[in-house]
Design a protein around this ligand. Sequence first.
Ligand code: PAF
Length: 285
Amino acid sequence: MFVAKTIQEIRRFLAPARREGKGIGLVPTMGALHSGHLSLVDCCMSENDITVASVFVNPAQFNDPTDLEKYPRNPARDMELLSAAGCDIMFMPDVKTIYPRPDRRTFDFGELGNIMEGKFRPGHFNGVAQVVSRLLSIIRPQRAYFGEKDIQQLAVVRRMTLMLGLPVEIRPCKTIREENGLAMSSRNELLTPKQRENAGLIYSTLREAAEMKGKEPGELKIFVTKKINSNPLLEVEYFEIVRSTDLRPVESRAGLDEDLIGCIAVRTGSVRLIDNVFFPNFDPL
Ligand code: PAF
């Protein structure tokens, strides 16, 4: 595996592949890699000739400085994992490489940018759009891979590529879970064993809600929030039921026959966890 730290290094490495018309795929990450990331790498490798994984903890997307400070970092292990997975290039830029000058661009994602994560983490999606657009313009992949756990990020990144007219296909990959159902996340490393065990309740409750028939979104919201909050280690920040097409929250299922998604954010101690569940063909009336 080739490890690149600068734009020149990665461009030089990719130039022959590009000349030969090879397919280049990008897996953007913030490191502290786990099986969820490795499944993105696998997916990327199966659809492209060259797989690039970037590891960059992006300060622009952290609205909380302590969250940035305590974000888990393990570049040596990341390197081993990527190399063992068969990744071709690991791109590890520093902040000056990604932002030679402060990035003052602001993206207007409309309501999509202001609900759920956008509401609770102001500025977060703007920072994600800044870094992903930079990575896409440096690497110029044909395809880029994002996990469905961060479903709103996926929608925001898609919209950003449409707004900027970037010639890249944004590919979603399934959420990978721990044995108790907890969605894999680098932040899980910050949980105590007890928190980690109890956090299994998040997904089991979402699944239960997804299997309930004939309930209105409001009733499902009460059910999910009450059940998760009844665990003293967990506190729901939001639970929204949204349309899968544009992530717009729905209040009533009358007349709806499209797929819906239940999206949740839960706090346990100082760690914030997000997850979602699909409600296929939301039980049409
Ligand atoms: O999902 C993440 O890890 C980050 O938000 C991303 C897409 C790598 C951008 O920094």
